[in-house]
Write a protein of this length. Structure first.
Length: 201
C-alpha cells in the first residue's frame, strides 16, 4: 500500500514536471492532484529535490528492466539486428513517455540540477547503456573486421543516439513522426555500424 502511494506520487510528479516544468510545479499542486495531504507527501520525500532524485531512481529501475528485456530478446541475434531492436525501443520509449523525456531534458540542461547526487544518477543511465551496447552489440561484431577504439565509439554512439531522438522529437515531432520509422532505424543502424569500421590501408 505504501509503495503504491509512493509510486503514484512519483508518476504524478513526472506528469506535472513534464508538462509544467520542475521549477514551476509546487508540492501543493502535486498533492492536490492526488487528493492527498502534504504530510502524506513528506512521509516519502523530504523535499521537492528528494522527490526528483526519487523519480530518477524510479526511472533508472525501469530503464534497467527494459535493457534486460532487450538482452533476453536479442541473445540469439547478430549485432546488426540487436542494434535495430535497441534503436526501436529507444525511439518508442521516448515517443510514448514524453513527460519523462521533457523532465530529463530539464535536468540535463538546467544548472539548477547540478548537484552531486543528481549528476551521479544521470551518469548511471549512461553507464548501463554503455555496458549494454558494448556487451550485447559491439562484442557480437567479433574480430573479423578492424574497428576504431570500441570504448570511445560506444560512448559516442550512446550520446549520439539519444541526442538525435530527443532533439527530433522536441524540435520537429510532427515531421519526425511522418517519416518512415523503419527507414530511420535502418539508416541509423547502417550509419553506426559502417561508421565504426576502419578501412584497410
Amino acid at each position: 500500500m505504501k509503495e503504491d502511494k509512493k509510486r503514484k506520487i512519483l508518476e504524478k510528479a513526472i506528469e506535472l514536471f513534464g508538462e509544467t516544468g520542475y521549477l514551476k510545479t509546487t508540492v501543493e499542486e502535486i498533492t492536490n492532484s492526488l487528493n492527498i495531504s502534504k504530510g502524506s507527501f513528506y512521509t516519502y520525500f523530504d523535499s521537492k529535490e528528494s522527490l526528483l532524485l526519487g523519480i530518477l531512481n524510479y526511472l533508472f529501475e525501469q530503464h534497467c528492466l527494459i535493457l534486460d528485456r532487450i538482452k533476453e530478446e536479442t541473445k540469439d541475434l547478430n549485432a546488426e539486428d540487436t542494434l535495430r531492436v535497441y534503436l526501436e525501443t529507444s525511439i518508442e520509449k521516448t515517443m510514448v513517455n514524453k513527460n519523462v523525456t521533457a523532465l530529463i531534458q530539464q535536468v540535463i540542461f538546467n544548472d539548477f540540477f547540478k548537484v552531486d547526487e543528481i549528476k551521479k544518477k544521470l551518469s548511471s543511465f549512461k553507464e548501463v547503456d554503455v555496458k549494454f551496447v558494448r556487451e550485447n552489440i559491439f562484442e557480437k561484431l567479433g574480430r573479423k573486421k578492424r574497428y576504431f577504439n570500441k570504448n570511445l565509439v560506444v560512448e559516442y554512439t550512446i550520446s549520439s543516439i539519444h541526442t538525435f531522438i530527443m532533439v527530433n522529437l522536441k524540435e520537429r515531432e510532427t515531421e519526425f513522426l511522418k517519416q518512415n520509422k523503419e527507414g530511420i532505424i535502418e539508416d541509423l543502424t547502417s550509419l553506426i555500424l559502417h561508421g565504426i569500421q576502419k578501412e584497410e590501408i
